[in-house]
Design a binder for this molecule. Sequence first.
Ligand SMILES: *Cc1c(COP(=O)(O)O)cnc(C)c1O
Length: 397
Amino acid sequence: MNSTRPRRTAPHRLETLAVHAGRGIDQGTGAVAPPIQLSTTFERDADGGYPRGFMYGRNRNPGRAALEEAVAVLDGGAACAAFSSGVAAATAVFQGLQPGDHVVAPLHGYYGTVNVLQRIFAKWGVQASFVDMSSLDAVRDAFNEHTRMVWIETPSNPLLHCIDIAAVAELAHARGARVVADNTFASPVVQQPLRLGCDMVTYSTTKYLGGHSDVLGGVVVSRENDAHFEAVRAAQVYGGSVLAPFDCWLLMRSLPTLPLRMRAHCANAQRVAEFLAQRPDVTAVHYPGLPGHATHAVAAAQMTGFGGMLSFEVEGGKPAALALAARLALFTRATSFGGVESLVEHHASIAGPHSTVPQGLLRLSVGLEHADDLVADLAQALDANRAGTGTDNGIDN
Ligand SMILES: *Cc1c(COP(=O)(O)O)cnc(C)c1O
């Protein structure tokens, strides 16, 4: 940034980077906290130039440039572009493709990304195949001569299946395809896809990066400032779905606490998962931090924490799941995730019509409340469900 003093040291640990990257003392005022620059237009030189590097708010804004620098640093990337939503960020990545290109995407990917591919890009001639990426053979078989991109999302929603990022990236690169990971569920604190071989990472910053359920946004981070990133930047600047100055500022305010928040989310989720796993009335718990989870080994190898998301299944299908969600006091019934407050979602009723998610499944975004309080809340709701639905008959349990 022009107006800030350059960093004097090169700190390496994530906590330190989260506090310092993209920041500095404002040279005009001495302000310690980052300023917000709302101006949409910037003064030109007498000769017509823009010596300060800013011309018009859609092209570039000081706060957005600072945010992009900070997020790029956190992910170990060379460049970053910030968008008005997570799906706008994904859209920009696909806009780097040509008509006739083919994408391999995960079977259980985020529904909004599936929408972008099927409802927008299909009619512009970009085709997509959706495969179970826990099988490398399935990924290999989905390739055709037009495949140019593999889209990874891990852990998956809502079953928290983890894909071996390095293995998929190696396979894709051997066939000349680019590899992009939607890292929204994990955050850069617990998973770094660029270091595992991916070319780009996307986030819905609406989730953990924002972390307070009050700002919609998305970013693309690229390992190289290459031609594909130039296309992403063009989609941002010419397409125009840029992140507004105040939203950039909110995200900058959130980033310094991201490492601390993520570790607390992980610890709380682990506690909740272990509690649910020993309940006889819970038929399945999906959390990669449990040794019994189908992809625990993959997660343990590529993540430094297992994240704050989990899902579990109760006996009695949809009525029991809805009743349980209604009995929870600390978990608000709402979609989305990654905020300080815990949320519960009956996923089958919000997922797309083709979803195969079990009707008895509830997804939890485990927040930053005390773990004992969250466990107690789940215990009282499960107990009340057993009493209320008559399953406490001494036979099943
Ligand atoms: C929420 C989400 C998105 C979309 O982000 P928006 O900010 O809602 O547009 C993309 N990917 C994943 C994994 C998400 O959870």
